[in-house]
Design a protein around this ligand. Sequence first.
Ligand code: ZN
Ligand code: ZN
Length: 265
Amino acid sequence: MVDLHLHTSFSFDSRESAENYVKKAQECGLNILGFSEHYDYDAVLDGEDILPCDIESYLKNAGNLSEKYEDMRILRGIEFGYRREVLPYYEKLLSQYRFDYVINSLHTLKGKGDCYHDRFFEGKELKDCYRDYLQGVLESIVCFPDYDIVGHIGYASRYRRGENVKLCLEDFSELLDDILREIILRGKFLEINTSVGTSGSNFLPDESIIERYISLGGRNLTFGSDAHKAADYLRNYQKARKFLLEKGIDQLYYFIDRKPVAYKI
Ligand SMILES: [Zn+2]
Ligand SMILES: [Zn+2]
């Protein structure tokens, strides 16, 4: 069990200490976990600038924890919020700092703001909004030059409420096939994210999309709870495991120094 999607107070939307996750992992008898602090360069949410992670302090803190908890492998990931115009900046950061892995996540669309915010959906058909979001995901997969994992596909559905708000395969089969094929072609990894909010899906992406990925030959999967507090560490891991075993998948991956390592689930 390796949770690669954890946020701490180095992310703008979490107050949790990194150490609390390490203690949680210890309690579970585990010796590896991965942080993925937010870095959305120059992004605005609800009219306010989002402060990106202070990478220097984040890495230093992770280093201190590694010294204190010798038996714990603390992976240093980063979750970059994709926007085409800030890619040169991310490239610069990647040449400056060493991360164990990079999650490529689409949170905002140019001129439309955060994809899960009510405003993103105002006055438009739900499916048109989802299509815009998925087009953005496809663009991020193709244009982001250097990442390992595609984060939480279906993010736009996370806080939708009501019936039929799932973002699933049948409504966008062609577009999703393009997305999944690009992930496979590029040797990237698909994240199973268990922060599903009110989306109606068991995971993000929805099971139907993960199944399609597997049927297309995709085997590169990672697990992430997207926890913003230690209580959510490994959220619904067993549910994901059961689902994967039923589909004939018995391994997942984590990353050390940008290189994938497989583990049995
Ligand atoms: Zn995210
Ligand atoms: Zn996240």
